[in-house]
Design a protein around this ligand. Structure first.
Ligand code: MOS
Length: 760
């Protein structure tokens, strides 16, 4: 059964009435006409005190009685065959309880330095590490290739047979099987009609073409990957995991050990960042559970920083040749991208997303992407996979084309996104806040060695959400209430947002709501990937709160001598809507709950309204200073304007945008995985030489979130984590051009790279 409601939908204050069908027993979706008390405002994190005081326990902090510590032996060679392994000495080392190889038998191929060979569990971490040194491994070393250009010629093969099918970020769903492979090159995956695009380019009045390269970035989450695993019975496994997906870890472990899902319980009460590399159980998860099974003791296996850089994911590199064309009137006619990149021994080095969807009204778009295998650790999804890479190329080309047409880059973008109302609002608001009109239309206007520049770039990302998530609310007869779901908080602040949503619906305060998450015994929650956590779970929470409210109305109605539909809930009171002086407090009504409590379950239904386009926009403006003598780029100011549907908590949203900009600056200027071509080893697998932006590198960041009411779910929330990092490097590069009159088409923009381009 469904009912019809009319919603006020649109961008900022431009709202239109739209009538939609929504499911019975769900609330009227929040829309542009609703003035809400908490939603859209700023609420401090309800777990902030626990985090800063150290009371919050991360997987890293879990200590269990009798717990063993496990470490991996990893290959020191980029390419080798493990012929045999002798663990007899290691097994006799004091404190050692178990040694388990990752494969049942030798020989085993090793394809990157850092690949797991075996794991040891001992009473202390130190004993396990010492025992590792006693393992004798016979390696037959093989030629390796870590340079992408060298790998392309296929003289040294990373895989001697075709890689088995994997679902990867670069492939269309189900498309992996269709991708061909030749030598070390997997692909190309193409999209669009090449000859049509070439014709459109030939017919363009203005064309720019250039090649852009981007580096490999490692995720570098503060908390490394890892688990603590404990068997409570032969068929009952409990795991604490630093993960972005409690349920995906549960499902994978259930699969590995052939257990019913309900026999595996995963906890992630707190976790220290993931950025896309923490969805599965990992080799470490399965290995910790195997060691725990064998030793009949809990096992802790947390990776160290070096392992983190080598083996558990990175943002693939890219080499992108991009050609775009426009008419004299400034209308984009065609986009053609030929790209390849490396995800090491993994796949997913695509970067065509922005070229395909940023200017979605362009008729002629052709993209081609290939993965080039090298002997290095596998890539993984990383905060908007492929998009910061793609935006770095696309948004610089757009900038270049604007200059060639003698158009302001902002005006050029406006002309080419005119139908995208969200983006148009963001241009307006961002340009004003940034002071774009103060920008000198001339490039390289400063005479001295330090040159100032203004640049901008667009973001784009998908609106992604799942359905079927279930939030439970238990109301107790003392008036307290508990909100539960298995979702994990990867840092976005979902615990707080869940409390805000429930409080809003129930007329209570966020602090009144006890939120329990990060436990697979609770209802299904979304994995925190694709920026879908808030969009996924908040409608379930609101729908649960709505059901709890209805239940409270049923109890209150006879006490107040009215019908349930005549009641309202506000400020901790259940009131007769027509006569608010007739009321009962929340606690008074709760005390009449039959039995001691009730529980309701709210579900995240499929969107009742399709959002077109299914995209998130965003625009960032950057001001830089380039020291042309030292090559140092200093980012002075960033204004970031983003949309995420209906904003839930502006405080945690701003924090996400700040984080995206910070990570974007770090990617733009510093981070770079360096492999030694002579040894095949990563030379900066630490935090000293793998430079990440610090507080002194930070500009003033201004985050602005615009209000977009799409009315697609009961809360209208969408994502922010990924789009916030997509355009930062491109905006800085465009500001660099404005400052110097020179294009920098290579990341990271280190002083050496800057001096190189300045010297021509
Ligand atoms: Mo993300 S790269 O889907 O965590």
């Amino acid at each position: 059964m469904s009912k019809q409601v009319t919603l006020k939908l649109g961008v900022e204050k431009n709202l239109k009435d739209i009538t939609v069908d929504i499911a019975d027993n769900t609330p009227k979706p929040w829309d542009g006409g609703d003035q809400l008390k908490f939603i859209g405002g700023k609420t401090s994190r309800n777990d902030g005190m626990d985090k800063v005081s150290g009371k919050a326990k991360y997987t890293f902090d879990i200590q269990l009685p009798g717990m063993l510590h496990a470490v991996f032996l990893r290959s020191p060679h980029a390419s080798a065959v493990v012929k045999s392994v002798d663990t007899s000495k290691a097994e006799k080392y004091p404190g050692v309880k178990a040694v388990i190889p990752v494969k049942e038998q030798w020989p085993m191929a090793v394809r990157f330095a850092g690949q797991e060979i075996l794991a040891i569990a001992a009473e202390t971490q130190h004993q396990a590490e010492e025992a590792l040194k006693l393992v004798a491994v016979e390696y037959e070393r093989k030629p390796f290739v870590v340079d992408i250009e060298k790998a392309k010629n296929g003289k040294i093969l990373v895989f001697d047979e075709t890689v088995e099918e994997k679902k990867t970020e670069g492939d269309a769903p189900g498309g992996a099987a269709k991708v061909s492979q030749k030598g070390n090159v997997r692909g190309p995956r193409t999209n669009g009609n090449l000859s049509q695009v070439d014709t459109a380019l030939a017919g363009s009045d203005v064309v720019v073409e250039a090649t852009y390269t981007t580096q490999v970035q490692t995720h570098s989450a503060m908390e490394t990957h890892g688990v603590v695993a404990r068997w409570d019975a032969d068929d009952q496994l409990t795991v604490w995991a630093s993960t972005q997906g409690t349920f995906s870890v549960r499902d994978e472990l259930a699969d590995v050990f052939q257990l019913p899902k309900t026999n595996v319980r995963v906890y992630t009460e707190y976790m220290g960042g993931g950025f896309g590399a923490k969805f599965g159980a990992g080799v470490y998860g399965a290995m910790a559970a195997k060691l725990a099974k064998k030793t009949k003791a809990p096992v802790r296996l947390m990776l160290n920083r070096k392992e983190e850089h080598l083996a558990v994911g990175n943002r693939p590199s890219s080499v992108q040749t991009l050609k775009i064309g426009a008419g004299k009137d400034g209308k984009l006619k065609a986009i053609k991208l030929l790209s390849y990149g490396t995800a090491g021994v993994g796949t997913g080095a695509g970067s065509a997303g922005p070229a395909r969807v940023m200017y979605f009204t362009v008729d002629n778009i052709f993209t081609e992407e290939s993965d080039v295998f090298i002997n290095a650790g596998p890539g993984a999804a990383f905060r908007a996979p492929g998009f910061p890479q793609g935006a770095f190329a696309l948004e610089q080309s757009i900038d270049e084309l604007a200059y060639k047409l003698a158009m302001d880059p902002l005006e050029f973008r406006k002309l080419n996104s005119a139908t995208d109302l969200v983006r148009m609002a963001e241009y307006e608001i961002g340009a004003k806040k940034f002071g774009w009109e103060k920008r000198n239309p001339k490039v390289a206007a400063d005479k001295g060695p330090i040159k100032k520049g203004y640049g901008m770039a667009n973001s784009v990302w998908y609106y992604i959400t799942g359905a079927g998530f279930q939030a439970a609310i238990q109301v107790n007869s003392d008036g307290s209430l508990e909100l539960t779901n298995g979702v994990q908080d990867i840092g976005g602040g979902i615990r707080t947002v869940m409390a805000m949503v429930a409080a809003e619906e129930l007329g209570l305060q966020p602090k009144d709501i006890v939120v329990k998450i990060g436990d697979t015994q609770y209802g299904l929650g979304p994995a925190s990937g694709g920026s879908q956590t808030t969009a996924g779970i908040t409608p379930a929470v609101r729908n649960a709160a709505y059901l709890a409210k209805m239940k409270m109305f049923d109890i209150a109605a006879p006490l107040l001598g009215v019908k349930p539909e005549e009641l309202d809930l506000t400020d901790g009171k259940i009131v007769v809507a027509a006569n608010p002086s007739k009321n009962l407090t929340w606690k008074q009504v709760a005390s009449k709950i039959p039995g001691d409590k009730f529980t309701v379950i709210g579900e995240r239904l499929k969107d009742h309204l399709e959002v077109r386009p299914r995209l998130l926009a965003g625009v960032q403006f950057a001001e830089v200073e380039v020291d042309t003598e030292t090559g140092v780029i200093k980012v002075k100011r960033v204004v970031a304007v983003h949309d995420c549907g209906r904003p839930m908590n502006r405080l945690t949203l701003e924090s996400q945008i700040n984080g995206g900009v910070i990570q974007g600056i770090s990617y733009a200027l510093f981070e770079n995985r360096l492999l030694d071509r002579n040894t095949g080893l990563m030379v900066n697998a630490n935090f000293d030489q793998y430079k990440i932006a610090g507080s002194l590198d930070m500009p003033e960041i201004e985050s602005i979130i615009i209000d977009v009411n799409n009315g697609q779910s009961s809360t209208g929330a969408m994502g922010i984590g990924e789009p916030a990092t997509v355009p930062t490097a491109a905006a800085i590069a465009n500001a660099f051009y404005h400052a110097t009159g020179v294009r920098i088409r290579e990341l990271p923009m280190t002083p050496a790279a800057v001096l190189k381009v300045l010297q021509g």
